[in-house]
Design a binder for this molecule. Structure first.
Ligand code: KG4
Ligand code: ZN
Length: 345
């Protein structure tokens, strides 16, 4: 059974095809970085126009790489939210057109569910239950996952997402967009203990996150650092990047450990664009060894937005008999608690 998954929730146009629920036949991502980088962030209007230009070639390429034609597809699965409305609409309406013309069912997928389940695109995947940390440009949340379609949110960011903090600090430092990769690269030659930026843990037992204070602290530090004259200062831009990254990693890892302590679950899944970050990955694997955790992180191609994870999540909803009709609309906000539960079989 072949499912085409489409994701146009933000600035990547992506399409992936999976067979029998998890075998990836193709996964094509058209990045819009070149379009948005002069503006230092995603410009929604430009994003939707780019999706319009690219959606058909990207899906065609996904079919080509999978050695399939449209009639070989059994269903089309598409992100309906959360995300940018103009961007989501392009993917949804193209999916509707495919479903209608080829007479196949359409499944509307929650982007966050796609990230949570992206680990199942890998050969080695966890068994339920597990704790999932999704860290991306728009979201930072912890979930208790007991099965496909069975998610309880344990915590979420109260302001900025972790990826958003990377993007904003990168912009202030003039390192460009997207920020995560640029900060990570700079941080390689910096000292992570040079500046003690704040770690916001909120109350002692809170599994929520807050990154806006850190972002402001870094912005104020950079302002002062520039006023003092960079050449008179023995702190480098790389030190700032490394110290900022370290404080984000500290907070994320601490919250994961707290979630483990609260739930007693030692299987941890990290997903979303920030999960590409090597400092975060290395620290988590070290913690795993030290504290008897099983940590699963998808390969970078499945951490960032991709169509394959939407196909995989769609397959589970397909099995549950959940189909979307042609009247389905996009949802800019779509909390995981609004998802229909999939009963365990
Ligand atoms: O999951 P994703 O591709 O899109 C969203 O759903 O938001 O995540 C994009 C986010 C951006 O904020 C980007 O800066 C961040 O992930 N990111 C990283 C890295 N690669 C991407 N953050 C830190 N380190 C990275 N290596
Ligand atoms: Zn995403």
């Amino acid at each position: 059974m072949n499912i085409l998954g489409i994701d146009t929730s933000c600035d990547d146009t992506s399409a992936g095809i999976i067979a029998d629920g998890r075998l990836v036949l193709s996964n094509v991502v058209h990045s819009q970085i070149r379009i948005h980088s002069p503006y230092g962030g995603v410009v929604p209007e430009l994003a939707s126009r780019e999706h319009l230009r690219n959606i058909m070639p990207v899906v065609r390429e996904a079919l080509l790489r999978a050695h399939l034609e449209f009639p070989d597809l059994d269903a089309v699965s598409v992100t309906v939210g959360p995300g940018l409305v103009g961007s989501l609409l392009v993917g949804l309406y193209y999916a509707k057109a495919i479903a209608y013309t080829h007479g196949i069912p359409m499944i509307g997928v929650n982007h966050l569910e796609g990230h949570i389940l992206s680990i199942f695109l890998e050969e080695t995947s966890p068994s339920f239950p597990f704790i999932a940390l999704t860290v991306s440009g728009g979201h930072t949340s912890l979930y208790h996952v007991t099965g496909y379609g069975q998610y309880t949110q344990l915590g979420q960011t109260l302001d900025d997402a972790a990826g958003e903090a990377f993007d904003k600090v990168s912009k202030i430092l003039g390192l460009g967009y997207p920020g995560g990769v640029a900060i990570e690269r700079q941080a390689l030659s910096g000292c992570k203990d040079r500046i003690n930026f704040p770690r916001v843990y909120l109350s002692n037992d809170s599994l929520n996150f807050s990154f806006s204070g850190l972002k402001t602290a870094v912005a104020l530090y950079i302002k002062k650092w520039r006023e003092d004259g960079i050449e008179n200062n023995n702190i480098t831009q790389a030190d700032i990047a490394a110290s900022f990254q370290e404080s984000v990693v500290d907070v994320l890892v601490r919250k994961v450990m707290m979630a483990r302590d609260k739930t007693g679950i030692s299987t941890i899944v990290i997903a979303g664009g920030v999960a590409c970050n090597r400092a975060l990955r290395e620290r988590l694997f070290r913690e795993a060894e030290a504290h008897d955790l099983r940590v699963y992180i998808p390969s970078p191609q499945y951490c960032t937005d991709n169509g394959a994870m939407i196909a995989l999540a769609g397959y589970q909803r397909y099995l549950a008999g959940e189909f979307a009709d042609l009247a389905t609309d996009v949802r800019s906000k779509y909390p995981i608690k609004d998802l229909p539960l999939i009963e365990a079989c």
